[in-house]
Ligand binder design. Structure first.
Ligand code: S3P
Length: 468
C-alpha cells in the first residue's frame, strides 16, 4: 500500500499562454493531511482518514509514523463518479471533498521510540510537528530531511521543548537539522513564541498532550489553528483567544483523544494558483470542497484588497474545519499593500500573489513577510529570480517585495530551486504571459500538488512535457 501514496510530476515542462475555464478539485490540504495522520496515530485505536493528499510531504509524514511504530494504510480512493453527483450540503459527504488521487485508509498508533532516523523529506511541518510528539516519547529520535529542510531553522521548536524537559540538540550550533530529541516525561509550560508560526504553536501543543498540566502558547499574531480544531474535534479541551493587540493565546489541557473519522478538505494554498490566474485575467474557475478556515483564506483577502472578487460559498464543516466552494473570474485589479495578519494568513500564497500584483493597475507591496526567507527556499530571492526570468520587474526587500502594476509576463525559463510554490507560480506566469514559460525542476510540485498539470490541462491549459 505504501507504494501508491504519492504521485510524481515531470521535471521540465513548457507552459503556454491560455484561457482557463471550468472546475477542478484540488488535493487534500497539506496541513490537514499531516495532522490527520499524526494526531490519528496518537489515538491508539484504528481510525479512518480520507481526502489525504497524495503528495510527497504527506508521504514523508506517513513513512516517519511507520518508523515510530504506527500502522498507516492508505490507498487511492477517488472514483470518477465522485467528481460530480453527490452534493452533500452538510459537507460530510466524503466523495464531495475528494480530489483525483486522494488517499483514504486507516491509521493506528501507539507511537514508540523509532526504529531508525525519521526522514521528513522536504517537509518543515512534518519535522516540527513530529518534534513535539517525540519529545513526549521515551527514547531517542533523530529528525532530518532533504538539503532544503536541513537548511531550515529548528531552534524555534527546540527552545520550548527544552523548557518542557526534553533534551534536544541539532547541527550548526543547535540551529538546523538533523535534530536529536531525547524524549520522556514533560512539564507543562506557558510559552511566548517570538514568531507567529503554526508549526511552532502546534509542536508545543502536541508536546502538551503528553505534559503534566495545562500548556499555554502565546504568539504575536493569530496563525492557522488546524491543530487546535482537530484536537477539539477529538474531545481535547483547547481554548483560543485573541488579545486586544492581536496576540493569540491557546491553552490546552491534556486528555484522552476520542476515536472519530478524520476527513480532509481541499487545499486553499493549491486553489490559490487558479484563483490568482482567474483574477489576473486567465478566465473563470471554480474549486469545490476547499478548506475555508479563516486563517487560510489570506489569498481571498489579498485579492479582495486588490479589488478582486472571489466567491466563497459555504458548504458546511468537516472534522472541525469549514468547507467552501471557491470561484473567481477576471477583474480589473487595482493594487494593495499587505502586512500583518493578512500576510500570515496568505504566507504560502505570497509567491503567486506577486503575479496578481503585476497584472494590477498599482502593483502589490508585501511587508512583514521575512518568514518567506526560511521556507522551502528563500522565497523572496527565488520569487524575484523567477519573475525577472519572465521579464517582470520586482523589488526584493528584507521582509517582502514590491511588484509594480501594469506588467505582463513574457517568455522565459524559470528554475524552481526545489520549491514547489515557485514551480507553480512560474507555470501560472506562462498561462498569463505573452509567450511560453519553461520550468526546470518542476518535479518539486509533487511536494504539495502532484496533479497540478492534470488540472491545468483540464482547465484548458497547454502543457509540453520536455523531461519526464
Ligand atoms: C504550516 C504552517 C506554515 C506554512 C506551512 C504549513 C502548518 O508555516 O508556511 O506551509 O501546517 O502548520 P509556519 O507555521 O512556520 O509559518
Amino acid at each position: 500500500m505504501a507504494a501508491a501514496t504519492s504521485i510524481s510530476a515531470p521535471d521540465r515542462v513548457r507552459i503556454h499562454p491560455a484561457t482557463l475555464r471550468g472546475e477542478v478539485r484540488v488535493p487534500g490540504d497539506k496541513s490537514l493531511s499531516h495532522r490527520a495522520l499524526l494526531v490519528g496515530a496518537l489515538i491508539g485505536e484504528r481510525i479512518a482518514v480520507s481526502g489525504v493528499a497524495p503528495s510527497g510531504d504527506v508521504a514523508s509524514m506517513a513513512a516517519c509514523l511507520r518508523r515510530l511504530g504506527a500502522e498507516v494504510a492508505l490507498a487511492p480512493a477517488w472514483k470518477a463518479e465522485d467528481a460530480d453527483g453527490a452534493d452533500g450540503a452538510d459537507g460530510a459527504d466524503e466523495g464531495r471533498v475528494a480530489a483525483p488521487g486522494s488517499l483514504a485508509g486507516t491509521v493506528r498508533g501507539p507511537l514508540v521510540e523509532p526504529s531508525d532516523v525519521l526522514d521528513c523529506g522536504n517537509s518543515g511541518t512534518a519535522l516540527r510537528l513530529l518534534a513535539g510528539v517525540v519529545a513526549g516519547i521515551d527514547g531517542i529520535s533523530v529528525l532530518t530531511g532533504d538539503a532544503s529542510l536541513r537548511r531550515r531553522p529548528v531552534d524555534r521548536v527546540a527552545a520550548p521543548l527544552r523548557a518542557m524537559g526534553a533534551h534536544l540538540d541539532a547541527r550548526d550550533g543547535g540551529r538546523r537539522p538533523p535534530l536529536v530529541v531525547r524524549g520522556g516525561r514533560l512539564t507543562a509550560i506557558a510559552y511566548d513564541s517570538p514568531v507567529p508560526s503554526a508549526q511552532v504553536k502546534s509542536c508545543v501543543l502536541l508536546a502538551g498532550l503528553a505534559a503534566d498540566g495545562q500548556t499555554t502558547v502565546r504568539s504575536p499574531l493569530v496563525s492557522r489553528d488546524h491543530t487546535e480544531r482537530l484536537l477539539g474535534y477529538l474531545g481535547v479541551a483547547v481554548a483560543r483567544s485573541e488579545e486586544a493587540d492581536g496576540r493569540e493565546v491557546v491553552r490546552l489541557t491534556p486528555g484522552p483523544l476520542r476515536p472519530r473519522p478524520i476527513a480532509v478538505s481541499g487545499d486553499p494554498s493549491s486553489a490559490a494558483f487558479w484563483l490568482v490566474a482567474a483574477a489576473a485575467g486567465a478566465g473563470e474557475v471554480r474549486i469545490p470542497g476547499v478548506c475555508a478556515n479563516p486563517t487560510r483564506l489570506g489569498v481571498v483577502a489579498a485579492l479582495t484588497a486588490m479589488g478582486g472578487e472571489v466567491a466563497v460559498e459555504a458548504r458546511g464543516e468537516v472534522a472541525g474545519e469549514p468547507v467552501a466552494d471557491l470561484a473567481a473570474a477576471p477583474v480589473a485589479l487595482t493594487g494593495a499593500e499587505l502586512a500583518g495578519r493578512t500576510v500570515v494568513d496568505a504566507i504560502d500564497e505570497l509567491p503567486v500573489l506577486a503575479l496578481a500584483g503585476a497584472a494590477s493597475r498599482d502593483g502589490l507591496v508585501v511587508r512583514d513577510a521575512a518568514e518567506l526567507r526560511v521556507k522551502e527556499s528563500d522565497r523572496i530571492a527565488t520569487l524575484a529570480a523567477a519573475l525577472r526570468a519572465v521579464g517582470l520587474e520586482i523589488d526584493e526587500r528584507p521582509d517582502g517585495y514590491r511588484v509594480p502594476g501594469g506588467q505582463r509576463p513574457g517568455p522565459g525559463t524559470v528554475h524552481a530551486h526545489g520549491d514547489h510554490r515557485i514551480a507553480m507560480t512560474a507555470a501560472i506566469a506562462g498561462v498569463l504571459g505573452t509567450g511560453p514559460v519553461e520550468v526546470t525542476g518542476f518535479a518539486a510540485v509533487a511536494t504539495s500538488y502532484p496533479t497540478f498539470l492534470r488540472d491545468l490541462v483540464r482547465l484548458g491549459g497547454t502543457v509540453e512535457v520536455l523531461d519526464a
